[in-house]
Write a protein that binds this ligand. Structure first.
Ligand code: NAD
Length: 273
């Protein structure tokens, strides 16, 4: 009997905007097999049809993640749900000894540390990737590099107006990476005691890395980010635009393939490239 080597993949949040793209990707990619789909919406319906494909795939949407894992035995679960539920979902996946690929944003550093402990305990692996688009990963890398030479920078992130968390996970991660290169952001970038904010929030939020982050939410946008550096007589702007959710899919497929042989926590797609 031939042994099927396909990676058995489950999708949590499979009826959402990102989940539907992931479903289409898993169904189309060689070597990946969709075996499980979980969502609170469209329960009992065919996942492929919900994702907008003409052909049914036979995988029906279920609403209980734990039971679905037990019955469908995925090797990897991809999560694109919501900030309020992603932590519990990921714990459920890891406790079952299954590998977890997390695209949902909003996890706190403490929650990420807890997921790492659970992954180690379960001899499993978890990837937390605030952005699966290669261009956004490069934007973060270039911004980190530019931070060695500039000690003034602000971040503007722009997203569609259905997004639940602000600022975006990508903006927070970018700020953290920049801070790793430039210890002086705190002193020279934001400490202006004489500055008066006439309209509350006009200067944006100040990240843990002491970088101002501005969040724009408008219909028509997908996911965009600018990092603007300022120096004497010059500025440098690094910008990335995700114009369509398909921009995230090569990164998701790569993550699913690579996490099968990974251990523990991987934070950021760049660590799998
Ligand atoms: P969405 O609201 O369109 O979809 C979320 C889906 O999750 C919905 O279908 C909802 O019913 C389902 N859901 C909610 N609670 C659930 C639960 N407990 N169990 C199972 N399913 C549940 O949202 P979206 O636009 O697809 O975004 C999802 C997440 O992905 C957000 O956090 C967003 O910021 C993030 N995101 C990440 C990337 C990346 O590259 N990492 C890119 C885009 C979006």
């Amino acid at each position: 009997m031939a042994v099927n080597q396909d990676i058995r993949v489950g999708v949590c949040g499979a009826a959402g905007r990102m989940g539907k793209e992931v479903v289409k990707t898993i169904l189309a990619e060689p070597g990946l097999q969709l075996v499980m789909a979980v969502d609170k919406a469209h329960v009992g319906e065919d996942t492929s049809l919900i994702a907008g494909r003409a052909e049914a795939c036979g995988v029906l949407l279920e609403d209980n993640l734990e039971q679905a894992i037990q019955s469908k035995q995925p090797q990897v679960v991809v999560d694109f749900t919501a900030p309020a539920v992603v932590f519990e979902n990921a714990l459920t996946v890891l406790k079952a000894g299954v590998r977890s690929v997390i695209g949902t944003t909003g996890l706190s550093p403490q929650q990420i540390a807890q997921l790492e402990s659970q992954a180690v305990k379960s001899d499993s692996a978890v990837l937390v990737a605030p952005n699966f688009a290669i261009g956004a990963v490069l934007l973060m890398k270039f911004s980190q590099e530019a931070s060695r030479y500039f000690d003034h920078a602000e971040i503007i992130e722009l997203h569609h107006n259905q997004k639940l968390d602000a600022p975006s996970g990508t903006a927070l991660r970018t700020a953290d990476l920049m801070k790793q290169e430039q210890a002086r952001f705190g002193k020279t970038n934001v400490e202006r005691s004489e500055e008066k904010e006439i309209l509350l929030g006009a200067r944006g939020g100040v990240s843990e890395a002491n970088i101002h982050v501005h969040s724009v939410r408008l219909p028509g946008l997908v996911a965009h980010q600018e990092v603007i550096f300022g120096g004497i007589g010059q500025t440098l702007t690094i910008r990335h635009d995700s114009l369509d959710r398909t921009s995230f899919m090569p990164g998701v497929a790569l993550a699913v393939r690579k996490i099968v042989n990974a251990q523990g926590l991987i934070h950021g797609l760049e660590n799998l490239l």
